[in-house]
Design a protein around this ligand. Structure first.
Ligand code: SR1
Ligand code: MG
Length: 418
């Protein structure tokens, strides 16, 4: 029957064996396929399927949160949103995401290109290995998906239909609304900070009225400013890399939200990696060099975002916003440039706020990051985490005052390091 059933390595061949796109990629004899479940994320099943012709990834949603178990149901339709996000991202930034080979809505599964020999970005950086071109790839991806998924570019009817489509991703948005924007700032049940040394600082943060107000302002932007289709969960586990390539995966949290959301989450993750690095690279000089590289990636991601967004503004502004007709009599090619700069300023202020909040939730909330969680020495861990918490607070509170990414980088440098 076609009733939904979670796959296992034993049943996967029977489910996918007859599909042309799959057999073309893997080989025609499912009996000969080697299937491994490799999912290490918080939500889904992920299989690698290898055959004589090649290999693919099969990702299947479970009807609950894998990290927590069946006490937390989660709808299968997230695979539908992931599929629709992947095809839009591919159209908006070709080559940035894995190719989709097959989608089965009832089984909540996507068969996609296996990225090989890619590993997740977090694993690469924790081993002290750089990725050439990382800032450029991520800057282009975040700018292109932001611009081309918005009213700056899309036909108004298409944008509205898309906003309506992704408005159905209620439960995954609810995860972000709770786990990112709410729980870390009070004593919520699902919170866990694993370092008791942080108790005092955590209590201070949760008493900080001004901080909580600012975070709720950012949450309001998340829930109500449907400017573009965001990836929705752009952290270092949603990026797969080699020494010189990066691809973006896992957009099941996709939603219409603020222009600065994805790049903000990403920069929060870069900053946590920066501060965790001394715990992962013993040699001081090598560590300092790697930390400088992370800061250069932050700078490049934003400068490429800015440049690409401006290029698209000049060359692809076909949507209903800031229409060229309004500026034609101004007699220069870059009409409405001032508006673009103002918008980029707003995106920057938002991204700084989202970055700070992401740093808080990855230490205080349910879902942590391995860069910090795997630090065995408790004192070192507490020092890194408290540095990130304070930097996050500084970013949220000063996002409207910081003059540019240089000021964010200066704040990261001057924060106490592990
Ligand atoms: C219950 S899901 C926890 C987190 O995992 C995902 O990757 C998202 O980041 C979410 O917030
Ligand atoms: Mg994910």
């Amino acid at each position: 029957s076609n009733e939904y059933k979670p796959l296992s390595p034993e049943t996967l061949g029977a489910r996918l064996g007859g599909l042309e796109a799959v057999t073309r990629a893997v080989g025609g004899n499912p009996e000969a396929w080697k299937v491994r479940e490799v999912g290490d994320g918080n939500l889904n099943l992920v299989f690698i399927v290898e055959g004589e012709a090649g290999s693919v990834i099969v990702k299947q949603a479970l009807p609950y949160v894998r990290l927590v178990g069946d006490s937390w149901p989660l709808p299968l339709k997230r695979a539908f949103f992931e599929y629709h996000a992947l095809i839009r991202q591919e159209a908006r930034d070709p080559g940035s995401v894995p190719e989709v080979l097959h989608f089965d809505e009832t089984q909540a599964l996507i068969v996609m290109e296996r990225l090989q020999p890619h590993i997740i970005l977090r694993q690469q950086t924790m081993e002290g290995r750089k990725v050439a071109g990382l800032g450029r790839t991520l800057g282009l991806f975040t700018a292109r998906t932001a611009f081309r998924g918005s009213d700056l570019s899309m036909a108004a009817a298409d944008k509205k239909a898309d906003v309506a489509l992704f408005a159905g991703n209620v439960e995954l948005c609810d995860i972000t609304e709770s786990l990112v924007f709410t729980d870390p700032y009070y004593d919520a049940k699902l919170n866990r900070h694993t370092t008791p040394e942080l108790d005092g600082l955590v209590a201070d943060l949760r008493r900080d009225e001004a901080l909580k107000i600012e975070v709720q302002h950012m949450k309001r932007a998340f829930t109500s400013r449907g400017e573009t289709m965001c990836h929705g969960d752009l952290h270092a586990g949603s990026i797969m890399v080699t020494e010189d390539e990066a691809r973006i995966i896992d957009p099941e949290f996709a939603f219409y939200g603020p222009f600065g959301f994805d790049i903000g989450m990403l920069i929060g993750n870069y900053l946590m990696a920066y501060h965790a690095m001394p715990a992962h690279i013993a040699d001081k000089a090598a560590c300092a060099d790697f930390q400088e590289w992370i800061l250069s990636v932050i700078e490049e991601t934003w400068s490429v975002f800015r440049a690409e967004f401006l290029r698209l503004w000049r060359t692809e502004r076909t949507g209903i916003l800031y229409p060229k007709a309004l500026y034609e009599d101004q007699g220069h090619g870059f009409a409405a440039e001032g508006a673009a700069e103002q918008l980029l300023g707003e995106i920057f202020r938002d991204l700084v706020g989202f970055a700070g909040i992401e740093m808080h939730r990855r230490i205080l909330g349910l879902a942590h990051v391995a860069e910090l969680d795997t630090i065995a020495d408790v004192k070192t861990k507490a020092r890194c985490e408290s540095t990130c918490l304070k930097l996050g607070q500084f970013l949220v509170m000063n996002r409207n005052r910081l003059t540019g990414m240089d000021a964010v980088i200066a704040a990261a440098r001057s924060a106490e390091t592990g």
